[in-house]
Design a protein around this ligand. Structure first.
Ligand code: F6P
Length: 359
């Protein structure tokens, strides 16, 4: 019998997390009369003592939460309980984390995260007999078995908006504008925003490019469209011509991308003598108000996740397929990492529009 559940957000934040937490609280307290505890800062809230949590009431989760970016619970993309960072390297703190779940008296946990976080949460659940249900979130939209993860749609809209802002200034100055967007190893944001925002060139990590092909496309615009400006969108994980990732710093525990926009921009300026400017959108894609689709998906996921717990269905991730919410095994979703496929409708659409994909 479930009476008390926990919810945590883990990994990089994104727009729509608060809408999901709100939906969980409303469904769990309203339909089932359960208590809901928000665990702070991902699993860190269960590792630290005193435990870090908040009792969540419906009054606290009003409609302002639908509109609010970030996560009211806090999050982290560094604290893996199985390799928790400390002064002398990393240690396994999974036992403390499981003990924290038990100390709080939780009967089940809803974890909202991307592939890395969900993988860790599943290991933790197996080790500690935690009744876990997962909700997918990631602006990168690279989790398997779900067409949409929370945060993706808003990130795409933000990137499209940036192209909308760049186009008039590119036209006014007859410049080549390069926009670097996020997407850790997958080009979903770049291709979707590039189509919606009218990019001339879209570069994604899944498709190899040549600078010559990009330059030919830019040159051709004056003949085919009588204009001397161009918009290029490039995903952060696109590699340089030698196949090396372009990174800000390697000192971190995982690669932090940044700089491919400038790399591409410099090459174009060198080859064409064009006036090039580069914008890197960075975390602007993560913050901000969630758009309508992210609010809707987050709300539907939250309600469905609570219902799964009520049915005693654990170890499942909610997923969006054909405008339905369904549930899949967490391990299948994590295993099925979803990069951009070459036969994806958006790749076909881009090619059909004559957008250059660099190849
Ligand atoms: O995975 C989401 C994401 O926003 C990636 O697109 C990006 O590479 C990364 O997180 C940035 O992480 P951080 O917030 O640690 O800089």
């Amino acid at each position: 019998m479930i009476k008390k559940i926990g919810v945590l957000t883990s990994g990089g934040d994104c727009a729509g997390l608060n809408a999901a937490v709100r939906a969980i609280v409303h469904r769990a307290t309203g339909e089932y009369g359960w208590e809901v505890y928000g665990v702070c800062n991902g699993t860190t809230g269960l590792i630290n003592r005193p435990l870090q949590y908040r009792h969540l009431s419906r009054g606290m989760c009003d409609t302002a939460m639908l509109r609010a970016g970030g996560t009211m619970l806090g999050t982290t993309n560094k604290a893996n309980p199985f390799a928790f960072p400390g002064a002398d390297g990393t240690t396994d703190r999974s036992d403390e984390c499981i003990a924290g779940y038990k100390e709080l008296g939780l009967d089940a946990l809803i974890g909202i995260g991307g592939d890395g976080s969900l993988d860790i949460l599943q290991r933790l659940a197996q080790k500690g007999n935690i009744n876990l249900v997962a909700i997918p979130k990631t602006i990168d939209n690279d989790l398997g078995l779900t067409e949409n993860a929370i945060g993706y749609s808003t990130a795409v809209e933000t990137a499209m908006d940036a192209l909308d802002h760049l186009q008039p200034t590119a036209a006014s100055h007859q410049r080549v504008m390069v926009l670097e967007v996020m997407g850790r190893d997958a080009g979903h944001i770049a291709i979707a925003a590039g189509i919606a925002g009218g990019a001339d060139v879209i570069l994604v990590p899944e498709i190899f490019y040549s600078i010559d092909t990009i330059c030919q496309k830019i040159k051709s615009l004056s003949k085919t469209e009588s204009r001397n400006f161009a918009l290029i969108i490039v995903a952060e994980a696109v590699k340089d011509e030698n196949g090396e990732p372009v990174v800000v710093s390697q000192k971190w525990e995982r690669i932090r991308y940044g700089g491919i926009g400038h790399y591409i921009g410099d090459k174009i300026a060198e080859k064409l003598g064009a006036d090039v400017r580069v914008t890197s959108l960075g975390h602007i894609q993560r913050g901000g108000q969630p758009n309508a689709l992210d609010r809707i998906i987050a709300s539907a996921f939250g309600v469905y996740a609570v219902d799964l717990l009520a049915q005693g269905k654990f170890d499942r991730m909610v997923a969006w397929q054909n405008r339905q919410v369904i549930d899949v095994a967490i391990s299948d979703a994590v295993k099925g990492y979803q990069s951009l496929q070459l036969d994806d409708i958006l790749v076909k659409t881009a090619r059909g529009l004559g957008i250059c994909l660099g190849d």
